[in-house]
Design a protein around this ligand. Sequence first.
Ligand code: PLP
Length: 396
Amino acid sequence: MDSIGVLDRDACRALDEGDRLAHLREAFELPDGIVYLDGNSLGPLSRTARARLERATTGEWGSGLISSWTEAGWMKRPQRVGDRLARLVGAEPGEVIVSDTTSLNLYKLLLAGLQARPGRSVVLTEEGTFPTDLYVSEALAPEVRRVTRDRLVESLDESVAVLLLTHVDYRTGRMHDMAALTEAAHAVGALTLWDLCHSVGAVPVDLRGCGADMAVGCTYKFLNGGPGSPAFLHVAARLQASLRSPVRGWFGHADPLSFSDTYEPAPGVARFLTGTTGILGLAALDGALDVWDGLDMAAVREKSVAMADLLIRLVDERCPGVEVASPRAAAERGSQVSLRHPDARNLIDAMARRGVIGDFRPPDLIRLGITPLHTRFVDLWDAIAVLADLLSPGRW
Ligand SMILES: Cc1ncc(COP(=O)(O)O)c(C=O)c1O
């Protein structure tokens, strides 16, 4: 992507004109008059998600009724949508299912991982990781070792059963080196469990290439699956037969419709299904994934990096007193820029009143999501113009 000399609104418009992904914005139903920088919390509605949802309600549910479990393919939809999603995390079809929440998927995989490493009692994770990850770890592991990120590798030893990490930090957007940490975990015989909530659809992820064991993530952020759309769960094919789900539900049975009294786990990743998945949420996600079909994640990443670099430059030039809390080096950053300011909460509210939607994370972070499918360079200019105006001398 071209770099810009003089930074003004016209220069940002020129970047939009040269943007190969610009047409994708038309895929979304964004309200007029706002700049939406919160697609990393809740992605917007796409036309294909709306159409797919309409088909699932009026056609499959409304007309097909109970027959849709088989005829419309509802029974296998968690696997089928998982197969579609697999490409976006560098997994193979058959390694991903879509069901439940990230929190529940984390619970299932963390306990399965602990049980697969008898004699080891430690879950190693990072200080300040997402609350669900900490709560679930503390509920399940005899010992949770929480360390700062610079101490992760030295804290790996043969007592560690699972290394549980959020790949891209939800507060700062700082990204771990998945390949290096997975290798370090494997060197002491530990399994890895990656939380990809802020990675999927945000950065290229190569679970296979990194040799990762297990992963979870949500679909309502960068994938635009809709509020509470079902989460995904990944288990590497080589491990599937050796892991057992601790939540034995009938959908994880080898043959759910046999209604057998005896539990027999499904042969592949489907053994981690629990009960009936919300078919409407799954349909919305299925439709939302149409936008990703054929899209090259490298091109999405290239635009994401150019946008984040631009945003950082705008803040540096126009917003004195605001600290960039995300890494400045693109290679260490996901797809968001977090800004630190002591009055972040009031600033984010004031920005929202002027049509710029980001979010606040305690205690002092303004979090701005970079979502290349629907955000324009000029939106970043406009957002920072509002922030700069709010912070202009004598105003704040
Ligand atoms: C990093 C991370 N992990 C886990 C979760 C929890 O996801 P869920 O609500 O699907 O359980 C979130 C939600 O935002 C998250 O950001």
